[in-house]
Design a binder for this molecule. Structure first.
Ligand SMILES: CC(C)(COP(=O)(O)OP(=O)(O)OC[C@H]1O[C@@H](n2cnc3c(N)ncnc32)[C@H](O)[C@@H]1OP(=O)(O)O)[C@@H](O)C(=O)NCCC(=O)NCCS
Length: 418
């Protein structure tokens, strides 16, 4: 336990005039001031109170930036917040200021009606504040030589060039299409700064390339990197691929293979989930190797369970209808201190809230908040919940939960400006 010594300290939102002082603190903490500038000055959704700080008698000692974002969950864009640039002045660490700050930040996010908060950082630190590690880590690796030695390889006219600002609306649409099935995806508007590739300045090589036939619309894009931290030295890293058609997807596979061979690299490593079309293509066409690792750094906190479920009910009702769940099917979940009741009425799903533990004659399933979060994100399917600690499922809920909450591959992908 940290020795608490936060006497005289207050956690609060910043005022517009305090921007410069916050930026100075970011620098003292060794964090990225250019990212701070982008997220405060370029982002139209930024408000001064999204800068949360700990004020110790007029000196700012701890800091976090809350970034409003729409986040995909079960294919539905929900109001979410990214928690980023978290730091305490090195001279004031270990006194409980970050705890004070993050407790205030979570309360702020909840009070503003954001359904979820996302963070990418040390899991044991953020778990203290309720964040659950459930944004997985994936890799699909393949030998570029195998792609190009296939009969018919290179048959797709490969007119690739670096992405320009004019391509942004088309690339943003390809990104949206490619990530529609990945929970945890942060929606990316077609604004210039959002697509500004800052990874180029971080050593190694990186870029965004697009594929176009004649002067038509952009049909594919690839975000790639070589020699960057965290990437094996013999790999071309591909963090994003979006393609408008199967032909454009094959063109992307061939482009990455060519790019790797030109740079004398033995492998291409795609970081998207295993159900991404590019992973599937690599796997089926050249025997790519799929890796699925348990969540590492990407975490999520459901700040408003009721509001999140209310956002999802229409999708859940469609799933129920598609699977032919009998009308009248009910699921009663006690999640932490809250009760959530889902009643399928044939054409819609009714959602009721309440207090957990209420006694009545209906079966109740009990889920720790962590298991509920994993289920809402698809990290664990509703039919897999009993693999998680602390879950007590009512037998009559098993089938409905499996139908309503299929497993998926949630992921955290930092935007190019990150
Ligand atoms: C991480 C950081 C924000 C912690 O700030 P702090 O004010 O020293 O933290 P606190 O004293 O409030 O500690 C809060 C709790 O987190 C724990 N903690 C602190 N740093 C931690 C870390 N890096 N990993 C895991 N737990 C950590 C403390 O032990 C304490 O636990 P307790 O309340 O159960 O006793 C600070 O070390 C920092 O600015 N680091 C550089 C930037 C950074 O790493 N940011 C976070 C990554 S996104």
């Amino acid at each position: 336990m940290t020795e608490r010594d936060t006497t005289g300290a207050t956690a609060r939102g910043a005022r517009a005039v305090e921007w410069e002082a916050c930026r100075n603190l970011i620098q003292r903490c060794g964090l990225d001031p250019e990212l701070f500038d982008l997220l405060t000055r370029a982002d139209s959704e930024h408000r001064p109170e999204c800068l949360r700080l700990v004020d110790l008698g007029g000196r700012f000692v701890s800091f976090v930036l809350v970034v409003p974002r729409r986040v995909l969950i079960a294919g539905v864009p929900v109001d979410g917040a990214l928690v980023t640039l978290v730091g305490t002045d090195p001279a004031h660490r270990g006194r409980g200021f970050a705890r004070l700050l993050l407790e205030d930040t979570v309360a702020f996010i909840r009070a503003r009606g954001f359904r979820v908060a996302l963070v990418c950082g040390p899991p044991d630190f953020y778990a203290r504040f309720g964040f659950v590690s459930c944004l997985g880590e994936y890799a699909s690796c393949f030998d570029p030589g195998r792609v190009l030695s296939r009969p018919g390889a290179g048959g797709v006219p490969a007119i690739w060039r670096p992405m320009t600002d004019q391509d942004i609306p088309e690339v943003a649409a390809l990104y949206a299409g490619a990530t529609a099935g990945t929970p945890g995806t942060v929606l990316r508007p077609p604004e210039r700064w959002v697509w500004r590739d800052r990874s180029r300045g971080r050593g190694g090589l990186a870029g965004l390339a697009v594929w176009q036939v004649d002067a038509g619309p952009v049909q594919a894009y690839v975000r790639w990197a070589v020699g960057q931290a965290g990437l094996p030295a013999d790999c071309l890293g591909v963090s994003e691929v979006g393609a408008a058609s199967p032909t454009a997807l094959i063109a992307s596979l061939e482009w990455t293979a060519n790019k790797a061979l030109e740079a004398d690299l033995a492998r291409v490593r795609f970081g998207g989930p295993p159900d991404h079309l590019f992973s599937r293509l690599a796997y089926l066409r050249v025997g790519g190797e799929l890796q699925v690792k348990a969540a590492g750094a990407g975490q999520i906190l459901v700040t408003n369970r009721g509001l999140l479920m209310a956002d999802l009910v229409q999708t859940l009702a469609q799933r129920a209808a598609k699977a032919g769940l009998p009308p009248g099917t009910a699921v009663v979940l006690d999640v932490g201190s809250k009760r959530l009741e889902l009643l399928y009425a044939g054409d819609r799903l009714r959602l009721l809230g309440g207090r957990a533990g209420r006694q009545d004659d209906r079966p109740v399933s009990r889920l720790p908040v962590e298991a509920f979060t994993a289920m809402a994100l698809g990290y664990a399917g509703g039919g897999e919940l009993e693999a998680l600690p602390g879950v007590a499922l009512a037998a009559s809920h098993r089938e409905a939960l499996a139908v309503l909450f299929p497993p998926a591959y949630p992921q955290w992908v930092p935007a190019p400006y990150w």
